[in-house]
Design a protein around this ligand. Structure first.
Ligand code: GAR
Length: 213
């Protein structure tokens, strides 16, 4: 491993849904000895999330922190933060995590929380990006991986890939093609963060060249 990568970064992955992006990340890490990171825990707000089951099948530590188990959002976020922090991650990846995180969580991992979103941000923020893009009638949408700040789907953009909309697309068919793109884009961006190759300047994320071994 190059001298510029001091150690394997510890990665926490947060999921709310089926976890196909989690699986893509795990497969990318397994296939690449130079990835520079390892998933140390998978956490969900949904105890029945498919992503948790995917992690259990691979004997990864998992935790569920449901909002309903806490008196309010603040208490839930304190519990979520504590659960994630227990595993001492260097990097946090939101892989289909459908809750908004505030400064209370984010200050623990400054510029170290990545999110994947199924649109070309800043278009179609929010929980229904694919449906909203179809309803708007766009001809091209896509996937965005960005650093997370306190505003929804707002932080500096690391990478984006376009996905053309087909005339007969449904929300499901379009989302399937966007996810296929995310499955490449998210692991690539997590690897860049793990290998300390992202420099943030205002809203612009610079990707540093790979240092020679
Ligand atoms: C992904 O398409 C991700 O971009 C989206 O949830 C899906 C999760 O799929 N996230 C958001 O919409 C966040 N605003 P997965 O559970 O199969 O990885």
């Amino acid at each position: 491993m190059p001298a510029s990568v001091p150690s394997m970064r510890r990665i926490a992955v947060l999921v709310s849904g089926s976890g196909t992006n989690l699986v893509a990340l795990l497969e990318a890490i397994a296939a690449d000895p130079a990835f520079g990171g390892e998933v140390v825990v998978v956490v969900s707000d949904q105890p029945t999330a498919g992503g948790l089951e995917q992690a259990r099948r691979r004997d990864l530590p998992v935790a569920a922190v449901p909002l309903a188990d806490h008196p309010d959002r603040a208490a839930w976020e304190v519990a979520l933060t504590a659960t994630v922090a227990t595993h001492a991650p260097d990097v946090v990846v939101l892989a289909g995590f459908m809750r908004v995180l505030s400064e209370r969580f984010l200050r623990n991992w400054p510029d170290r929380v990545l999110n994947t979103h199924p649109s070309l941000l800043p278009a179609f923020r929010g929980a229904h990006a694919v449906r909203d893009a179809l309803a708007y009638g766009v001809k091209v949408t896509g996937a965005t991986v960005h650093l997370v700040d306190e505003q929804v789907d707002n932080g500096p953009i690391v990478a984006q890939t376009c996905v053309p909309v087909a005339p007969d697309d449904t929300e499901a068919s379009l989302h399937t093609r966007i996810k296929a793109v995310e499955h490449e884009l998210l692991p690539a961006c997590v690897k860049l963060l793990c290998r300390d190759r992202l420099r943030i300047e205002g809203r612009t994320v610079h990707v540093l060249p790979e240092e020679l071994p």
